[in-house]
Design a protein around this ligand. Structure first.
Ligand SMILES: Cc1ncc(COP(=O)(O)O)c(C=O)c1O
Length: 299
């Protein structure tokens, strides 16, 4: 694995160290959005879904998308992956982080930036997929996300609630935090979506109405479930229902699918990855292989 590399628009991507102004509103106020896209064998996975989500969020918070965004991302990736050589399996494995800030504005707390949105691209090399191996995760209930808050479902830069929940869960000896919404139902992991499997074999997963992000990985998993004939219920999950679930797993671009074996000290089902998780993980891996062998146009 090589080092992480970054480029900041307007400052020359490479050759010079990228800098972000200390007056940047993304840095000062979390006034911006981001996307984290897994790249397999040099091919961004579900790039158009990520860019659509970024565009929708940017419209809601009125941050203009930088012009020629896709071209800039394409040039950045070509540079970090080193052209064709980057399509070699080990070199092309990583994460593309797109950070979009409203930019610099001297009026602290002012309603709007000056329209010159800032774009920062970052490449983080990763080991090969699958991301999860070893023991299932242990989780504690920590932290809250108000399901009606804009920041619940928008992929905004501010992660203090989620980071603190994760740190507190880790201080209690767990691997992950499960956050609840203002009505006490499960929202998801600190940076992941929640999927449960009922004893009848249906998937249950809180969606945006419960305060969960519309995760791209979750979308791929729910579509795979439907294709496999597994019933899907997008709905809230009460804390009391956790003990009734046969399986729990978390989904995100970086984690892919990660099983949870223990919540609040109690085993989930048999306490090991269940059959539905294993089927869906296989389906996800198949999708990764299909798209990374035959990438087609990036968007
Ligand atoms: C709060 C939150 N929910 C869900 C996700 C998963 O989204 P995706 O599958 O699009 O990576 C993330 C990923 O960063 C996240 O931060």
């Amino acid at each position: 694995m090589g080092p992480a590399r970054s480029g900041v628009t307007g400052q020359g991507a490479f050759g010079r160290p990228p800098r972000i102004s200390s007056g940047d509103r993304g840095f000062l106020l979390g006034d911006g959005l981001f996307e984290t896209i897994r790249v397999y064998r040099g091919v961004p996975f579900y790039m158009s879904a990520h860019l659509d989500r970024l565009a929708q969020g940017a419209e809601v918070v009125e941050i203009p998308l930088p012009s020629e965004l896709e071209d800039r991302i394409g040039s950045f990736l070509a540079e970090v992956l080193g052209g064709q050589g980057g399509r070699e399996p080990r070199q092309g494995e990583g994460v593309l982080r797109i950070s979009l800030s409203r930019g610099e504005d001297r009026r602290w707390g002012g309603a709007a930036g000056d329209g010159s949105a800032g774009l920062a691209l970052r490449w983080i090399p990763l080991e090969r997929s699958p991301a999860w191996s070893g023991d299932p995760l242990t989780a504690r209930l920590q932290g809250h996300i108000h399901h009606r808050a804009l920041t619940a479902t928008l992929k905004g830069l501010g992660y203090l609630e989620r980071i603190t929940a994760l740190r507190r869960a880790r201080a209690l000896g767990a691997d992950e935090a499960l956050l609840c919404n203002a009505e006490g139902r499960i929202v998801g992991g600190s940076t992941s979506n929640f999927v449960g499997v009922t004893r009848r074999g249906a998937l249950v997963s809180p969606g945006p109405a419960e305060g969960a992000r519309p995760g791209v990985t979750r979308g791929v998993v729910l579509a795979a479930a439907e294709a496999l004939g597994i019933p899907v219920e997008e709905r809230g999950v009460e804390v009391g229902e956790l003990a009734e679930l046969a399986e729990i797993f978390l989904t995100s671009s970086i984690r892919e699918l990660a099983p949870v074996g223990v919540v609040e000290g109690r085993p989930v089902g048999e306490g090991r990855p269940g059959p539905t998780f294993l089927r869906l993980r296989q389906a996800f891996q198949d999708e990764v292989r299909r798209l990374s062998r035959d990438p087609g146009p990036a968007r």
